[in-house]
Design a protein around this ligand. Structure first.
Ligand SMILES: Cc1cc2nc3c(=O)[nH]c(=O)nc-3n(C[C@H](O)[C@H](O)[C@H](O)COP(=O)(O)OP(=O)(O)OC[C@H]3O[C@@H](n4cnc5c(N)ncnc54)[C@H](O)[C@@H]3O)c2cc1C
Length: 359
């Protein structure tokens, strides 16, 4: 699809010359996301405010050009790609935390805020943003909303939809609407619930009001190593059967461990069939008691070794990244694939920074 030069001119007038990319070498950086698909857009635009998004949608509509939103491009389903060409609306410059209301455990953010940046910004208040996709150092809250992302702590804390209270969105006709409220259980239809997880197909999200969650007083991480996958799965059944809800519970099978250990150096045993990584959290006494009970269950189910594993906990994000990057690759390819994605993202970040510093 060839973008009309009048549309490009209007975009540049609206966003400034550095707010629009249309040269082939620039567009190449936006033809990937975290999926295996490749599709080059015809143009990438960088709004800074909701009013810019409204105008972009209206202009694109007038010219009949399709639009797709993009956060950090870590999505695994190809949603941030312009499959049939058209315009990518990149939200990397709408990355401001607009309001933190620690007293009421709320925050209002633009969609381009990186997930872990919000938790870092509120850490001093003893709060955090609970949805924690393993990509949280890169992915945006707008992307999380569109994908209804979860993470290792989903078991206890829920997914994104459980932490989003209100949205501002721009509809395909350019109309900007808000729904939901900072209060719990806003009356009326649950429009927020409808839009969270809609993968950008209904509207472009321009503002998000989220719930913030208190940080637990204590967290204990246990590692349990098993000689059979059945023992590991039975352990999970027994833990939940006893009424314990771990904050996080992840299983790695032996093949995966052998594929990733050379990269993450977490000290995982290479000769096991499966291992469990289990977090319990809460008040100190509660976490201590739950950790003991989980350890007892692991022993009952023939775990080879178990115990608190701080080192493993610290390495968990790196491990998760590698697991995702390598989901259909051999170990060698996995490392290469991860490095290529890393390079791609660094280039994009550098490009964004250059554009920002030009303004
Ligand atoms: C290493 C790695 C680990 C991951 N771990 C997890 C995990 O643990 N759990 C999990 O759920 N996912 C995980 N993911 C997938 C991905 O990170 C999440 O889906 C994340 O929420 C995507 O955010 P993003 O900002 O990168 O969005 P993008 O990939 O840029 O976009 C994702 C979708 O959201 C839409 N979108 C983005 N911003 C907007 C907006 N403002 N308005 C409307 N639509 C928008 C896009 O059009 C697209 O459809 C992982 C991915 C990687 C690469």
């Amino acid at each position: 699809m060839q973008i009309d030069s009048r549309l490009l001119r209007d975009f540049k007038k609206l966003l400034g010359p550095d707010g629009v990319l249309h040269q082939p070498e620039d567009l190449r950086l936006y033809e990937y996301d975290g999926s295996v698909e490749v599709a080059r857009p015809d143009c990438v635009v960088f709004p800074r405010a909701t009013a810019d998004v409204v105008e972009i949608v209206r202009l694109a509509g007038r010219h009949g050009v399709p639009l797709v939103g993009r956060g950090s491009g870590t999505g695994l389903s190809g949603g941030a790609l312009a499959r049939k060409g058209g315009i990518v609306v990149a939200f990397s410059r709408m990355n401001r935390i607009l309001e933190i209301d620690a007293e009421n455990q709320r925050a209002r953010v633009q969609p381009g805020v990186v997930n872990s940046d919000l938790s870092l910004a509120v850490e001093h208040t003893g709060l955090h943003f609970a949805p924690d996709p393993s990509s949280q150092k890169a992915c945006t809250i707008g992307g999380n909303v569109s994908e209804n992302s979860g993470g290792p702590h989903t078991l206890a804390y829920g997914v994104t939809t459980n932490h989003v209270l209100a949205l501002e969105v721009v509809l395909p006709n350019g109309e900007c609407i808000r729904f939901g409220s900072a209060a719990l259980d806003a009356p009326g239809y649950d429009m927020t619930g409808l839009f969270v997880g809609s993968e950008g197909t209904f509207a472009l999200v321009t503002e998000i009001t989220v719930k913030l969650t208190r940080l637990p007083e204590a967290t204990k991480t246990l590692l349990a190593v098993f000689d059979t996958v059945d023992d590991a799965t039975e352990t999970v059944v027994e833990i939940t059967g006893r009424g314990i809800t771990p904050a996080a519970c992840e299983m790695l099978d032996g093949w995966t461990i052998r594929a990733v250990e050379a990269y993450v150096h977490a000290g995982f045993p290479l000769d096991c069939a499966a291992l469990l990584l289990i977090d319990v959290d809460g008040l100190c006494e509660e976490a201590e008691a739950q950790a003991q009970e989980v350890a007892d269950v692991c022993s009952l189910q023939h775990a080879r070794e178990e115990g608190p594993q701080e080192r493993v906990r610290r390495r968990r994000p790196a491990l998760a990244n590698l697991l995702h990057a390598g989901r259909s690759h051999s170990p060698d390819e996995t490392a290469g694939h991860a490095a290529a994605h890393q390079r791609n993202r660094q280039e994009i970040r550098l490009r964004d920074r250059q554009h920002l510093s030009c303004r």
